[in-house]
Design a protein around this ligand. Structure first.
Ligand SMILES: [Zn+2]
Length: 355
């Protein structure tokens, strides 16, 4: 079957690989992926990997490179193992890609995303979404309502990352919010904050194309160029007595962006670290203390979020598909996918691959 595999930095190949064969284990589900999003994690592997993909057999799944990519995807169920009862052949699903033991400290508490042994379909598992077929575990297969499109179902994974940050920030009806960075997760965070009821949403983004895209898909947001405009003045103008926003969400993973969030949040407000930093950030701890703030930092999402995100999308209040900027064939994944996303022009947020 055709699959997109990561072999090493700048070495992603579209190639013919053996399809899943043999009898399914009792908790296996064989699926046919519909569409798969390219994620920032995939991009990091492409630029500087292997980082997350395993060079030696993964501690929990045993998977090793070359890795079939794709962890943001929707699929149709083709076959199920003897113990699988919640989905059947023909069902449409969204894949919750995390794989984890259920019997360690975190697993026993339902905090599956925190297991030190956690693996992920499409990053550290024998199969991934960018292939004609994939084998997943029963708990990875999340049924979706008929009203969700295949693309919306594939977007639940990155939407869960964004919504978890929004939850941790305590964004609620009437909240004032700053989203720092309008990349794919920042854009989903803007849409999610609106869905959660935020009344004032300010977005700080230095890239002009990304500012244009977020202004189009979220016309209610106040879009700021932090290089030429005074973000703190704008935040002061838009908040009660100029105190700053209730919640500031860092969606880039950069020192300046994190410190801008601390500057913009009100005293006793919340800063949420959603973006992943690739180097250490210098922060002003005294300012954190003086402002009496809470800093939350998030990793992935609780896997129980899938039905809730699906409902939010189905209701129309969380239009996640708006962040999709291109749809490509798997054959073009390097040139029109990875390279397009790395273009500093920033014309793309989420690129969806048909497999
Ligand atoms: Zn991802």
């Amino acid at each position: 079957m055709r699959a997109v595999r990561f072999h090493g930095a700048r070495d992603i190949r579209v190639e013919d690989v053996p399809a899943p064969s043999g009898v399914l284990l009792h908790d296996d589900v064989l699926v046919e992926p519909f569409v798969t999003g390219i994620c920032g994690t995939d991009l990091h592997e492409y630029i500087a990997g292997p980082i997350v993909t395993p060079s030696t057999p993964h501690v929990y799944t045993g998977a090793t490179n070359p890795q079939i990519l794709g962890h943001e995807f929707s699929a149709r169920v083709k076959a199920v193992g003897s113990g699988v009862t919640h989905v059947k052949p023909g069902d449409r699903i969204s894949v919750q890609p995390l794989l984890f033991p259920r019997d360690d400290y975190f697993g026993k508490r339902g905090l599956y995303h925190l297991s030190p042994k956690m693996g992920c379909v499409g990053l550290s598992w024998a199969w991934g979404g960018m292939a004609e077929l994939a084998v997943i575990k029963d708990y990875n297969a999340q049924p979706v309502p008929d009203t969700l499109t295949d693309e919306q179902a594939a977007m639940i994974e990155p939407a869960a990352v964004a919504m978890y940050g929004i939850d941790r920030g305590g964004v609620t009806a009437g909240s004032t919010v700053l989203v720092s960075g309008a990349g794919p997760i920042g854009a989903l965070t803007v849409l999610g904050a609106k869905a959660a009821g935020a009344s004032v949403i300010i977005v700080s983004e230095p890239n002009p194309n990304r500012r244009r895209i977020i202004a189009e898909i979220a016309p209610y947001a106040v879009v700021v160029d932090p290089k030429t405009q005074n973000l703190l003045e704008i935040v002061a103008d838009l908040t009660e007595e100029g105190v700053g926003v209730d919640v500031a969400l860092e969606c880039v993973g950069m020192e300046a962006s994190l410190n801008a969030c601390v500057d913009a949040v009100r005293r006793q407000g919340k800063v949420v670290q959603v973006g992943l930093h690739i180097k250490r950030a210098s922060i002003d701890a005294m300012q954190w203390a003086l402002k009496d703030i809470t800093v939350e930092a998030t990793w992935c999402y609780p896997v129980q979020m899938w039905p809730r995100i699906a409902r939010l999308i189905a209701s129309g209040s969380f239009p996640v598909e708006k962040v999709i900027t291109a749809r490509i064939d798997a054959a073009d994944v390097v040139a029109k996918g990875f390279e397009a996303l790395l273009d500093p022009a920033g014309n793309h947020l989420k690129i969806i691959v048909r497999t």
